[in-house]
Structure formats: structure tokens, C-alpha cells
Design a protein around this ligand. Structure first.
Ligand code: B12
Ligand code: SF4
Length: 490
């Protein structure tokens, strides 16, 4: 049995996602390094559908939950279940949602972590080691947390940011079961079966896009050194056998000299021959040199938030820092260098008209995407658009956060819709008729997927494991062939 001096800690990611989030792995590595905690696990919903039971079965002393806005109810249910069945367990919530809205802290949880959690968690675990509990008079001395004292929520002062990211130990990927995420990239490149995994090389962002939580908290950009980035890439490839490396940063390109150094480091170790790369780009940071550098390190796919084909809407969404011309240039440069583009678009800004939406559709149609993500402008807590919607009385900290789903689907008429000049129904009709079919076709056409690819050995393995998925790819590939024959017609 673990003693209080050597507590058993479970970190929980209650979301199903295509890649393993790294936040909890950073925390685990920090606990290992500074407190030599050995008994630590990350439980992810992907792998444990009955997460509550799995947590309780571990008999933990302390459980920490990652929180996003959508899905918060599920996290609260887990916390209630654990509180009921194992009341002695200390429960803590962290992540983007609690950071933006600490008042969402479950009454059954002892502490909410605001912002970066490494140092805060170490201090909390130390407290637990000393007292066997988290006494509130001691909690009030810890920076960057929220907790209840006699029913009132107390927030302590903000914790200073970690400025030297290289001082953080590498995320504890050994706790993530990386292999279980390998095959997901099939949807991006059906003809190639990659073994993918990810890294983060920066934190924060100097921009202030109205839909994003990063921008709201101002210019707090920090980055790992090029040599540390190359070390992590090498670890993914050599130790975890990955051949597809996803760089999940919002701001991978923010520092050009660092990019040059990363690329030369990757090449000096021959890593570009062992793996393909994927990263996020901001169109304003793209120029010929950047794209050539990305190409040199074998970047196959880049994610670009084009957001809109209307300058008026782009200005609004991206705080006047981008334009359709800049977006077009970024797209063209990528395609000229044979890098596939994963484009993201946002519909539903307050002053957006049908004409603006049509411009976005035309941009999408002109520029085939390898993958395409369509979102509605959603007032997530901590963003500029949350403040706007809050002033209008459309959102509040007690609302049903399930109405803040970001992706556009055709069945969610309850979702908040902010465009004043276009009804939600009219938008969904336009989306279903024009945008959705285009996005599906592109994901196949841009990848040059062929019927013959269905007979490659990896696909046959998929057929055996998951015939439903196999047939959905088959259907899409037929659509793709028809699309190519009648290309341009919609
Ligand atoms: C990579 C990424 C993804 C990945 C992986 C998601 C994941 N589970 O981590 C993918 C592509 C799957 C994804 C999808 C989505 N994402 Co995303 N994503 C990111 C991104 C760019 C990086 C996440 C990351 O690794 N950060 C680095 C680590 C170190 O930070 P961290 O996870 O926040 O953890 C630190 C602290 O928060 C804290 N902490 C976190 N948890 C805990 C727990 C405890 C106990 C403690 C003590 C501390 C603590 O300590 C950690 C270390 O300092 C962030 C933006 C960002 N820069 O963070 C958006 C972000 C998290 N995503 C966001 C959104 C909206 C989504 C989607 C809903 C979008 C959509 N299209 O539907 C989906 C949700 C999917 C899902 N089911 O998870 C929002 C979340 C906003 C919110 N309030 O919920 C963010 C913040 C971006 C934004 N727009 O502002 N995303
Ligand atoms: S969308 Fe990207 S560029 Fe804009 S604030 Fe968020 S992280 Fe920064």
C-alpha cells in the first residue's frame, strides 16, 4: 500500500481524442523529477471507457483531471463517482477550462489549478505528503489555484510563468500508451499507414484571435531550444518507433532562426528520412524560406487556420493581423512545394453575412485541402468572443457547456449561433449543401487515393479489424473517382 509519503497519483484525461494530450505527461515527468513519485499513472478515456471504475480500482490517494469546456459534465460525474465511492481521495482539476473559469470547480474537488500546473502540483503533493490532506489555511499560500472555503471560492494570485521551458523534463510518454494512437492518421493519408505521435515546442502566443484562449492571456510566448526539440523528435522516432511526428504548437514558426536550427538538427541526424512531419502554421509567418525549410525536414502536411474568405471577417477574427491575400499566398507556397494543406474555417461571426460565407466557400473550392475542418464561432471561456457573448447575456459560467461544441455538424440546432444576419437554419442548409460535400471530396482527391490502395496489406488488416471503417473508405474513394471525373462541378 502506498503511504502518504509515497502517494499513488492518477492523472485523468477524460476526453476521447486522436492524439495523446501532453499536459498530463508534462506533470507526471515533473512529479517524478522533483518528488521522485513512482506510483503514477495516466488514465485516458480512449483506453478506459468505464473511467470511473478504472480510477477507483487503482485506489489512488490523489486524482488530477484535465478539463476542457465541452465534456465538463462528464468530468464532474467522474469526480462525484470517486467522491462517493472513495471519499478519502483528493481530487484536483486543471486545464484550459478551469484556467478560464475557476468557478466551474466541482464542489467535490479540493483544488482547481489555474494555468501551468507543474510547479503548483508539486507544491500540492508536498502539502499532502506533510499533512495527509490539503488544509485550506496552507492552500491559501499556494499561487495559481482556486479552492472552496466554507462554500466560497477562493482564488490565489497568479503563478509566474515557467520562462525556461528547457528546464521542464521531457513529458513522460512512457505513461501514454503511444502505440494505441498510431493508426489515427489513416484519415489524413489513407494511402500511407503512419505511426504517429506528437510534441509541443512552445507555450503561449503573442496574438489575440477573438476565438482563442491563448490570445486572451496576452503575449506570453516561450519556446524550447532547437536542440531540445531535436532531442524529443529523435526520442519519438528511435524510442517510440514513430514515423509521423505531429508538432502541435500554435506558434511553431514564431522564431525563424530556431526553425533553421531545428531543421539542420533534424537533417544532421537523418531524422527526416525516418519520419514525415506535420505542423500548424500561421499564414502571416509563411514565406518561401519557411516553406523550403519545412519541406527539407520532410513536412508532408500543415494545418492553417484560414478561417474566412472575407477580409472583413478575417480582420474581426484575427485582430486585423491577416488577410485573404496572405492566406492565399501561404496556401500557394505550400502547394508549390508539394506540402498538403489541412485548412480550418470558422463560420458565424456576429456581423457575417451570407455573402461573406459564400466567399469562404469560394476560397475552399479554389484551394483543395487534404483535410478540412469547419467550425462555428464559439464563445469558449477565456476568449474575446466569450466576453462579447457574456455582455449579450448569451453565456455565463453556469450554462450548459455542451452548447459550446465547436465543430459544425448538421444535427446540433441547440448550439450557440452568433451571426446576426444569417439564421442558424439557413447556415446549416448552406453548409450541408455546399461546404460539407466539398470537404469530404477534397480529403480524398488531394490525397490521390486510389481503389487499388484498398488492397494494400495495411488496409487488409483494417478490413479484418474494422470492416465498417474499411467500407466507409471504399465509399469515399468511389466518390473521389467521380469527383475527379467531374472535377469542379458542384
Ligand atoms: C494539441 C491540442 C489539441 C489536440 C489534443 C487535445 C488534448 N487532449 O490535449 C487535438 C487536435 C485532438 C485537439 C482537439 C480539440 N481541441 Co485542442 N488544443 C490543443 C493545443 C493546441 C495544445 C494542447 C497541449 O498539449 N498543450 C500543452 C500542455 C502542456 O498544456 P495543457 O494541456 O493545457 O496542460 C497544462 C495546464 O493546462 C495544466 N493542466 C492541465 N490539466 C491539468 C490537470 C491537473 C491535475 C493539473 C494539476 C494541471 C493541469 O498543467 C499542464 C502543464 O502545464 C491547445 C492550445 C494550447 N496551446 O494549449 C488547444 C486547446 C486545448 N484545444 C481547444 C479546443 C476547443 C479543442 C476542440 C474542442 C476543438 C474542436 N475542433 O472540436 C477539440 C477537443 C477534442 C478533445 N476531445 O480533446 C481549446 C480548449 C478551450 C477550452 N476551454 O476547452 C484550446 C485551449 C485551444 C483554444 N482554442 O483556445 N486539441
Ligand atoms: S489562434 Fe493561434 S495565433 Fe491566434 S491567438 Fe490562438 S494560438 Fe495565437
Amino acid at each position: 500500500m502506498p503511504s502518504v509519503k509515497n502517494p499513488k497519483i492518477i492523472l485523468v484525461d477524460p476526453y476521447i481524442s486522436s492524439i495523446p494530450g501532453l499536459g498530463l505527461a508534462y506533470l507526471a515527468a515533473y512529479l517524478r523529477k522533483y518528488l521522485q513519485i513512482k506510483d503514477i499513472k495516466i488514465l485516458k478515456r480512449n483506453l478506459f471507457p468505464l473511467l470511473g471504475k478504472a480510477i477507483i480500482g487503482e485506489e489512488p490517494d490523489l486524482v488530477g483531471y484535465f478539463s476542457l469546456t465541452v465534456g465538463l459534465d462528464y468530468t464532474h460525474q467522474l469526480i462525484e463517482e470517486v467522491a462517493e465511492k472513495r471519499p478519502s481521495t483528493i481530487q484536483i482539476m486543471g486545464g484550459p477550462h478551469i484556467t478560464a473559469l475557476p468557478e466551474s470547480l466541482s464542489p467535490q474537488a479540493q483544488v482547481g489549478i489555474i494555468g501551468e500546473g507543474e510547479e503548483t502540483l508539486v507544491q500540492l503533493v508536498r502539502l499532502f505528503q506533510s499533512y495527509g490532506s490539503l488544509p485550506t489555511n496552507e492552500l491559501s499560500k499556494i499561487l495559481g489555484i482556486a479552492f472552496y472555503e466554507q462554500g466560497h471560492l477562493i482564488k490565489t494570485d497568479n503563478r509566474p510563468l515557467i520562462m525556461d521551458l528547457d528546464s521542464l523534463p521531457k513529458p513522460a510518454r512512457d505513461l501514454l500508451d503511444i502505440k494505441s494512437y498510431y493508426p489515427v492518421r489513416l484519415r489524413a493519408f489513407p494511402t500511407k499507414v503512419y505511426r504517429s505521435s506528437c510534441l509541443m515546442t512552445t507555450r503561449g502566443c503573442p496574438y489575440r484571435c477573438v476565438f482563442c484562449q491563448e490570445g486572451k492571456y496576452g503575449p506570453r510566448f516561450r519556446y524550447h531550444s532547437a536542440s531540445r526539440v531535436v532531442e524529443e523528435i529523435e526520442e519519438l522516432i528511435e524510442q517510440y518507433n514513430c514515423n509521423y511526428v505531429e508538432i502541435q504548437d500554435d506558434q511553431f514558426l514564431c522564431h525563424k532562426q530556431r526553425l533553421r536550427d531545428i531543421v539542420s538538427g533534424v537533417k544532421s541526424k537523418g531524422l527526416e528520412k525516418k519520419a514525415a512531419f506535420y505542423c500548424y502554421l500561421r499564414a502571416t509567418q509563411v514565406d518561401e524560406e519557411v516553406i523550403c525549410l519545412l519541406k527539407e525536414m520532410n513536412t508532408r502536411l500543415v494545418f492553417i487556420g484560414f478561417e474566412s474568405g472575407s477580409d472583413k471577417i478575417l480582420k474581426y477574427l484575427k485582430d486585423k493581423t491577416c488577410s485573404v491575400e496572405i492566406n492565399q499566398r501561404a496556401y500557394d507556397l505550400c502547394r508549390q512545394h508539394d506540402i498538403y494543406v489541412y485548412g480550418a474555417f470558422i463560420f458565424g461571426s456576429p456581423l457575417e453575412t451570407m455573402d461573406d460565407m459564400e466567399k469562404t466557400y469560394q476560397f475552399m473550392k479554389k484551394n483543395p485541402m487534404a483535410l478540412c475542418e469547419v467550425s462555428r464561432l464559439t464563445p469558449l471561456p477565456g476568449t474575446g468572443i466569450w466576453d462579447y457573448a457574456f455582455k449579450k447575456g448569451l453565456v455565463n459560467p453556469m450554462m450548459d457547456f455542451e452548447n459550446l461544441r465547436v465543430r459544425v455538424r448538421d444535427d446540433n440546432l441547440n448550439q450557440l449561433w452568433l451571426a446576426e444576419n444569417v439564421t442558424k437554419e439557413k447556415f446549416l442548409e448552406f453548409f450541408n449543401k455546399k461546404v460539407k460535400p466539398l470537404a469530404w471530396r477534397y480529403s480524398q482527391a488531394a490525397n490521390d487515393f486510389k481503389i487499388i490502395d484498398l488492397f494494400n496489406i495495411e488496409f487488409i488488416k483494417i478490413f479484418i479489424k474494422n470492416p465498417k471503417f474499411y467500407f466507409s473508405v471504399f465509399k469515399r474513394s468511389l466518390e473521389n473517382i467521380f469527383y475527379r471525373i467531374f472535377k469542379g462541378k458542384d
